[in-house]
Design a protein around this ligand. Structure first.
Ligand SMILES: [Zn+2]
Length: 186
């Protein structure tokens, strides 16, 4: 098997040729991509120059593949820490600054000790400092209000937010299938 094989991920598109997911960007390792090609679950849209050999065949590694069967998006995204951060664009909803994920926390707008629930409508992204400062007080008691009223996002809204965060690695052949805001500006 080729050296550096980890460096040949395949971008995975849905049957409508849009990425299955923008953030994290839907990519498969080349082993999974080739398996799917042999099972006829995907079509290959673009290839790397790199080849792999088996006793009976030679094949170029796919760089962009599309599922043959359309996978519908879940209309209601899962309520996870990651999706809350993504909804809030990784920005503290009190001071407005962006932080890397490990430095972000969950804040209950109405604190749990005051009857607040852990729901899309009552949880926002907060940095450690703001979370500590707000403590178990109500927004009006300490004059700290979330910048955006927290609501349940749609899958589409999360995808849109994900487009603001292109990954570090983007193969040339992927660009035709991705729409990053930064690219549209240039
Ligand atoms: Zn903050």
């Amino acid at each position: 098997m080729p050296d550096g094989s980890l460096h040949y991920p395949a971008l995975v598109l849905n049957a409508d040729f849009r990425p299955l997911s923008y953030f994290p960007l839907s990519v498969w390792c080349w082993q999974d991509a080739i398996k799917a090609v042999f099972m006829d679950r995907v079509s290959v849209l673009s290839e790397y120059d790199r080849e792999v050999h088996s006793p009976s065949a030679t094949m170029r590694l796919p760089s962009v593949i599309a599922l043959r069967d359309y996978v519908p998006n879940r209309r209601r995204p899962a309520f996870t820490r990651f999706n809350v951060f993504l909804r809030d664009s990784f920005a503290c909803q009190y001071c407005g600054d962006q932080f890397p994920t490990p430095e972000l926390t969950f804040d209950h707008v109405i604190p749990r000790s005051r009857g607040g629930r852990t729901t899309w409508e009552n949880v926002v992204t907060a940095c450690g400092d703001c979370n500590l400062r707000k403590g178990s007080r109500l927004p009006r008691e300490i004059k700290m209000f979330p910048r955006l009223a927290p609501v349940q996002p749609s899958t589409w809204e999360l995808q849109e937010n994900g487009r603001l965060f292109p990954p570090n690695y983007l193969h040339q052949s992927w660009r035709d299938y991705l729409y990053w805001d930064s690219e549209l500006e240039s």
